[in-house]
Design a protein around this ligand. Structure first.
Ligand code: F3S
Length: 411
């Protein structure tokens, strides 16, 4: 692989042991993938930082990097960690929480700044900027919506890219690999935002790791676009989708594209697919979840206002002891507006949780009996990983179900 003079000096240890080791790994991986050179990245985003996922080996890896004098070379954010606050009085044990805090401390020492799965909100990438991001929903958003360039990096490799400021130039860093390989015709323009999420899961299963060109999609707002791309990244490995009216340079990308396969999806296809996710909840302790992917400030305010409105317009719940509502987002939002709304909601077990993610927590150990979410991505992961039944409702209905405490009434 060709290395610039700075990269030669880095790999020879002139900038420290940590950078030298990190670059050696990146070069080795890049060579195995046929990359000819490295590319400088403007922003790295690390995934896989929940102690419950990476265990002691992951903790040691991050601590070793931090104690060997490593530090990030570029703006670096990381995915959310496990939820450390309690759920109806139960929380993960002290040992687990202590190890999670050590991971965060080591990452902070390396220079990581934010913990969120929407890094494009804390530092929006520029058009054409190269990134090394490891969170699937964010990678899809950066390539498909913002016109930045990022492969879906592995969590540790993204951290090494942060330390060196470089990754190998392959995959969708190369313009030729951004051309779509499959075409998906969506004939269901009036599908609602929940349906769009399921459509994302469906399309992901069809495309695998190939870049799709998707036509016929209309998004009412950024929330449904985020939900769609998060779902697409749940069932596929594709780093990018070319979407009409959304993807920068769409016309150029689809010009002369040759498709290996063409798929057509109707509203009925989406409806029958959604039936696979119907789950039964037999009551007990419920966790209602909004914020997968993490909410933006505007989305957070809108959810909090809807809750307050619901409490004012319906009967305020009298008995809320069997459920909590978690709204997940990133740090920096707890301003006066949010505090004022939250102060009215706290007694209803509503929590705004920053920097963390319910999916990478052990909900079964927190004795959650069922989950209700508006996120197809969370639905897919929680039912598989946390062994807890998951019901899915659009946010508006989820809020109503939470307040009245019933899932079976006509919502
Ligand atoms: Fe974010 Fe966790 Fe969902 S990382 S996308 S809230 S699974």
């Amino acid at each position: 692989m060709y290395l610039s003079s700075v990269e030669e000096r880095m790999i020879n240890g002139e900038f420290g042991v940590a950078k030298a080791l990190a670059l050696k790994v990146i070069v080795r991986v890049g060579e195995s993938l046929g990359a000819q050179e490295l590319v400088e990245v403007a922003h790295a985003h690390v995934s896989g930082i929940s102690y419950l996922n990476i265990g002691d080996a992951g903790l040691e890896f991050v601590e070793d990097l931090a104690t060997s004098g490593g530090s990030v070379e570029v703006f670096t954010s990381a995915n959310p960690y496990m939820v450390m606050s309690d759920y109806l009085g139960i929380r993960h044990g002290d040992v687990v929480i202590d190890k999670q805090l050590r991971i965060i401390e080591a990452l902070n020492k390396l220079g990581v700044k934010f913990y969120t799965c929407v890094p494009y909100n804390v530092r929006p990438p520029k058009l054409g900027e190269h990134l090394a991001w490891a969170e699937s929903n964010a990678v899809l958003y950066s390539n498909s919506v913002l016109g930045a360039l990022s492969n879906k990096e592995g969590g540790p490799l993204a951290l090494l890219a942060a330390i060196t400021g470089r990754t190998y130039k392959s995959g969708v860093h190369l313009p030729s690999n951004r051309k779509p390989k499959v075409k998906v015709l969506v004939n269901t323009v009036s599908v609602d935002s929940l349906g769009l999420g399921f459509l994302g899961l469906m399309i992901g299963e069809l495309v695998g790791d190939r870049v799709p060109y998707i036509s016929g999609l209309r998004f009412r707002d950024t929330y449904s676009l985020k939900s769609f791309l998060a779902a697409l990244g749940t069932t596929s490995n594709t780093p990018m989708a070319v979407i009409g009216d959304i993807t920068p340079g769409c016309d150029e990308l689809i010009a002369n594209a040759s498709y290996e396969e063409v798929f057509s999806i109707s509203r009925n296809d989406v409806r029958s697919y959604m039936k696979k996710f119907i789950a039964d909840a037999n009551g007990g302790r419920g966790l209602y979840l909004i914020g997968c992917p993490h909410l933006s400030f505007k989305e957070l305010l809108s959810v909090l206002k809807a809750l307050v409105k619901g409490i004012n317009s319906t009967h305020a719940p009298s008995d809320i002891g069997d459920r909590e509502l978690w709204i997940t987002t990133y740090e920096g939002f707890i301003n006066r507006d949010v505090e004022a709304l939250l102060s009215r909601l706290l007694k209803y077990n509503v929590k705004v949780i920053t920097g963390a993610c319910a999916v990478v927590s052990r909900l079964d150990l927190l004795k959650v009996n069922y989950v209700v979410t508006d996120s197809p991505k969370a639905c897919s992961y929680i039912s598989r990983l946390c062994r807890v039944p998951v019901l899915i409702l659009p946010a508006r209905k989820l809020i109503k179900a939470y307040l009245i405490g019933k899932l079976s009434v006509d919502l």
